[in-house]
Design a protein around this ligand. Structure first.
Ligand code: RM4
Ligand code: MN
Ligand code: MN
Length: 386
């Protein structure tokens, strides 16, 4: 692909940042408050808008309900729009309530399942009010001990609940079904892998698609192959980008394994209309500043995408057809090792953006101003994620 074509494709890449990535967060051991971290949904929107101003490619912010619940969602939408930001995916929260000890949509008790479903329906209404077309659903449902519950009965309840939710979706709204292999449940998880999520989405219909959170697989999983297969089956709805070393670590995208990120973006580079995929970040910044970590993640995705777009597809195809294993592999490496930073700087320059948005944030005095204005807040329990 020529530089101009790469720049054109890059300029179309939009990345959604998560409101919850701007607040204080931590582990079950401790939450360290960060000076100036966002304390309210309005401040989280302000920070997402700032990230968009500095990067030019993050025009929407995902919300988590009830963490971001307000009385007037139309007013919240206006608040975001005044800062050139859209409200993106609405994430129902089916784990932060005492009632969900044994699950939500898969809970053995019908009244708890009803409560979970009612919350999902409320999220559909919120999505309509804020002008969003995506419900992004992750269930913490599962069991901790063999024998605790009937695995097939749980699966049946899952299908029933999701069907009811699916039936309540207005036309044009998508349900993205996210899987994760374990945690908080340690023995069985009701939506543990992409295959289960894909089966469920197939049953539901075309408005349901799989969401791949890059941190939600066991060690060694070939994530790019999952992406390739879901793309082939038209079942890839979106991503939650982050990086991991051991479990669901929610680290800065591309910080541990930039080559894996590149390989994933290679699959994306090969499709004609990536716009139909929701590129979202799902991170939690426990020991670092929130805003610069988010920008670093955004620029790492751009970097990996630029490299992926630079792959010499003709040379790759020729080597693959000739069965020249090493030549094919070297074509990919060549692109991965290309320094695309000047290209990205050019892209930003033409759009009036800082060449290095992380540096612009860190030297711009905004972090210091936010720390002065917001102070070091006591930590909100909603962000004490495990
Ligand atoms: C989960 C999952 C969800 C996220 C929650 C907070 O592990 O990644 O997407 O919303 O964490
Ligand atoms: Mn996620
Ligand atoms: Mn996660």
């Amino acid at each position: 692909m020529s530089d101009t074509a790469v720049l054109e494709r890059l300029s179309r890449l939009e990345i959604e940042t998560p409101s919850w990535g701007y607040g204080n967060s931590g582990t079950r051991f401790h939450v360290y408050p960060w000076p100036g971290a966002a304390r309210t949904v309005h401040e989280r929107i302000d920070d997402a808008a700032l990230v968009h101003r500095l990067t030019g490619c993050c025009p929407s912010v995902a919300l988590h309900i009830p963490w971001d619940a307000v009385d007037d969602y139309r007013a919240l939408r206006r608040y975001a729009e005044e800062q050139d930001l859209r409200i993106g995916a609405i994430n129902p929260n089916l784990f932060g309530d005492d009632a969900y000890r044994l699950g939500s949509l898969c809970h053995p008790d019908a009244s708890v399942r009803g409560r979970a479903l009612a919350h999902c329906r409320e999220c559909v209404e919120i999505a309509v009010e804020v002008g969003s077309s995506v419900i992004s659903l992750w269930l913490a449902d599962g069991t901790n001990y063999p024998g605790q519950d009937d695995l097939r009965a749980r699966h049946a309840r899952l299908l029933d609940g999701l069907q009811e939710l699916y039936d309540s979706l207005p036309a044009g709204m998508r349900l993205l079904v996210e899987y994760k292999f374990f945690e908080p449940a340690f023995y069985s998880t009701d939506l543990p892998d992409w295959g289960t999520a894909a089966l469920v989405c197939r049953r539901l219909g075309p408005q349901a698609q799989v969401l791949v959170d890059t941190g939600h697989h066991p060690q060694g999983t070939n994530v790019e192959q999952i992406v390739a297969l879901l793309l082939a089956e038209d079942l890839l709805g979106g991503f939650h980008f982050n990086n991991r070393k051991y479990a669901d670590d929610d680290l800065i995208v591309g910080s541990i394994d930039p080559f894996e990120l590149f390989r994933i973006m290679c699959e994306i580079a090969r499709i004609d209309s990536p716009e139909r995929i929701a590129f979202m970040i799902d991170q939690s910044h426990n020991v670092e500043g929130k805003i610069d970590a988010m920008i670093q993640s955004v620029t790492n995705i751009q970097l990996a995408y630029a490299k992926a777009l630079s792959v010499d597809e003709d040379a790759l195809g020729t080597a693959q057809r000739a069965g020249d294993v090493l030549a094919a592999h070297r074509v990919l490496l060549e692109a991965f090792e290309t320094d695309v930073r000047p290209l990205l700087a050019r892209l930003r320059e033409t759009r009036g953006l800082p060449p290095d948005p992380v540096e612009a944030f860190r030297s711009g005095g905004v972090a210091e101003r936010l720390a002065r204005e917001r102070g070091t807040s006591t930590v909100e329990s909603a962000y004490e994620r495990t």
